[in-house]
Design a protein around this ligand. Sequence first.
Ligand code: ATP
Ligand code: MG
Length: 573
Amino acid sequence: MSSPNSPAPPAAETPAASGPSNFIREIMIEDLKTGKFGGRVHTRFPPEPNGYLHIGHAKAIWLDFGLADEFGGKTNLRFDDTNPEKEETEYVESIMADVRWLGYEWDGLFYASDYFGQLYEWAIQLIKAGKAYVCDLTAEEVRQYRGTLTEPGKESPWRNRSIEENLDLFTRMKAGEFPDGSRTLRAKIDMASPNLNLRDPVMYRILHAEHHRTGNEWCIYPMYDFAHGESDSIERITHSMCTLEFEDHRPLYDWYVEQLGIYHPQQIEFDRLNLTYTLLSKRKLLGLVQNGHVRGWDDPRMPTLSGIRRRGYTPEAIRNFCASIGVSKTNGIVELSLLEHHVREDLNKRAPRAMAVLRPLRVVIDNYPEGQVEEMEAVNNPEDASAGTRKVPFSRVLYIEQEDFRENPPKQYYRLSPGREVRLRYGYFITCKSVVKNDAGEVVEVHCTYDPATRGGNAPDGRKVKSTIHWVSAAHAVDAEVRLYENLFTKENPGDVPEGQDITANLNPHSLETLERCKVEPSLADPAAFSHFQFERLGYFCADPDSVVGKPVFNRTVALRDTWAKIEKRGNA
Ligand code: ATP
Ligand code: MG
């Protein structure tokens, strides 16, 4: 990467961005052309360490790091840690791990708390310039005095204190002489401004709380608006990207840096990512964790980066998804199925195939020699020849999926049924001859014959079968647990809550189904945690860290598109 002052390459030579261009990229190209920031691009990603990052943050990370990379610029990771009561070191560490997992590395690592001393000096500077004052109104009174969109605010009775008195009081606020909430430092701007953010916003509040980094050194803490632009300025950020809700804060961002006469970065707002059936708010996600609705921040149903990683989503899929949704100036909602599409597309290329039976049904091949085992050659990934092949044991007793057998097959159901011949993947053609039922009348075992001439899956006489099903040899199968996930919420917009209830009213009671008697091929006995597989005909799965040797646990990342389910649904409609 280039040094801060070396010019980035001219736009024409810039490699094409991944994904279509966007308005922020165009702003950068223009600024590089005019030399607005001395030919530099320097962005920052500024999370508050009050929770784990979610897929919405991935969009911001992709923009901040991706655009800087494209223009040979730099990106800082800055923790916006100005709310000591909500922030924790655990969150700092998870955020760093998640940014790296997405594939990005920061140039500088900073904390807003690094600047508490400098921010305090700047507050003094504004007091001395008559631009800030200590106000004794309570938080509730400040709200009442602020006015509304249609009514101007009222000036605080403390607005015209002398500079000396303000300096004295502010120093004593810092020294800890006053209780929480008793006073604030406010910027003196304009109580009649049509922009409520400019009606004498609070710059500092008193909070006797221990901070995860500065301990008890401070008992006054700067507000977001006073800390953010100033931190950007200190780090000489060029393009400071944030979500649209900060658009109305931009005049305040500009006001502070202009009054202080310091380096002036450009704030640019873009649309927040919203996804159907998904809640994207650290605060609300924390509630799900604290109230035990999920197993933790990394529960595979969570939209956190650690959750979707455990679910089996890949960083490549997430980056491709971000590129496909682009950025705009209006908030919308993106279909969750688009994210799943990118996950399937990426895993199709990289996930080795394997055979696994989730709900086993015993199949006995009556004419197959007792005690014989054949090693069938199976392709690891038809999309990737370099992935090679593996041997899968075949024997007289197998497991197939319960749903791959119907005693009375409906129309268009071509899988195994009495008298029907089907292909066993990488195996033989088999024909169902009879069934064994339990006392309840359920089929518990299917008896078949096989045609030895069809080894590998083709009949020399050219006869065809309409269906190929997967299987696992009973004697060689490994017991496995498989966790199937559905959306955590039943509503497209889970934040839309019925009167008098909270978001838990929208929770899907069937979001997790645990299958404990699954049978998987022997190569899956001891998978590396987080490794990906395509279970043939079922979907993509990821080895969970709960796995133990001989009892692997798999999370279903996403199902393959199931054509039969669609036919059946249509039939019932
Ligand atoms: P949350 O409500 O989940 O805590 P936040 O906006 O308060 O979100 P921050 O930690 O302040 O979270 O976010 C860091 C950066 O990520 C900010 O620039 C913010 O605008 C961006 N960001 C957060 N959520 C989204 C989202 N859903 N889509 C795009 N960017 C987001
Ligand atoms: Mg926040």
